[in-house]
Design a protein around this ligand. Structure first.
Ligand code: SF4
Length: 288
């Protein structure tokens, strides 16, 4: 496990060591798991492979337990094939990927819970299309996963990656905040830009509540993966453009923790508030 509890400290540590951020995160992982860099790399590569397989195993005809989820990944891909989309080829691929993975999770298929099952669509949705659109190599994508994991560990230590603890900002928000710096890495950005991308991604989803209909990780979870992925893309692009978060990144995470603690329990994965408490949502509420 990686022991960074501050983004600033994580960046300073890699600067002092004279190593790229991803490499320093990898070495920290090796230290805490007592494994070699090769073994750590093999594990992270397996993670990327599992994400790729999950994406490829998507079946448009699958439906979730409640019947509320399924087919939207296929709909988005079909819309993209029309060639005249509102958001263009890259973002359409990202949105389709997020829907596919979110649906795979809702349909109980194998996914990579990074950082959680509910938010499993964000990272693969933004990373996998980088192969096709930017020619990202396997090696670069594994490095990007290290970057994502480093930021994820700081978020987990400083705030939360659990919807039951911190609301959906802690799940979809954290996934976006991991994916944004990973994208900056893939585009050759500096560690400070990665930190800013993380902070901006969190800020954009601060306060997002966890209100799953019927207590199932289906609605609104699947579509929130799309929003998380788009948040990551926009935060990364802002950072790459030289735009930074006015509130320092570690302070943004502290605000996220504080907002999470302030949320009523009805909006923290109990399925008793927000969308779950609408007349529509109540139709799917478990019978008491
Ligand atoms: S709404 Fe709750 S269960 Fe659904 S993805 Fe967000 S945090 Fe997870």
């Amino acid at each position: 496990m990686i022991d960074f509890t501050s983004i600033q400290q994580m960046l300073e540590d890699s600067r002092d060591a004279g190593l790229p951020l991803w490499k320093n995160i990898q070495l920290s992982d090796c230290h805490h798991q007592d494994i070699t860099p090769e073994a750590s790399w093999a594990k992270m590569s397996a993670m990327l492979e599992a994400m790729t397989q999950a994406d490829e195993n998507y079946q448009e005809g699958d439906r979730s337990h409640s019947g509320l989820v399924g087919g939207d990944g296929g709909r988005m891909a079909a819309y993209g094939q029309g060639g005249n989309t509102l958001c263009g080829p890259l973002l359409t691929d990202v949105m389709a990927g997020a829907l596919r993975m979110g649906e795979c999770n809702a349909c109980m298929k194998r996914i990579v819970a990074a950082p959680t099952a509910g938010a499993c669509g964000v990272l693969p949705a933004v990373l996998l299309p980088c192969r096709r659109h930017f020619g990202a190599s396997q090696e670069e994508l594994v490095q990007a996963l290290y970057v994502a994991s480093g930021f994820g560990m700081v978020i987990a230590a400083r705030a939360s990656i659990s919807g039951a603890e911190g609301g959906c900002q802690a799940e979809i928000g954290s996934a976006a905040a991991m994916a944004a710096p990973a994208l900056v890495h893939l585009q050759g950005g500096a560690p400070e830009q990665m930190a800013n991308a993380c902070a901006m991604a969190v800020k954009n989803l601060l306060g997002l509540v966890c209100d799953p209909v019927g207590g199932l990780v289906e609605v609104p979870c699947v579509k929130r993966n799309v929003i998380g992925a788009m948040d990551a893309m926009s935060a990364a692009q802002m950072a790459l453009a030289g735009i930074s978060s006015q509130v320092p990144p570690d302070q943004v995470l502290d605000a996220m923790a504080e907002v999470g603690r302030s949320l009523p329990h009805t909006l923290r994965e109990t399925g008793k508030g927000g969308l779950a408490a609408t007349p529509f949502g109540l139709e799917y509420a478990p019978k008491e």
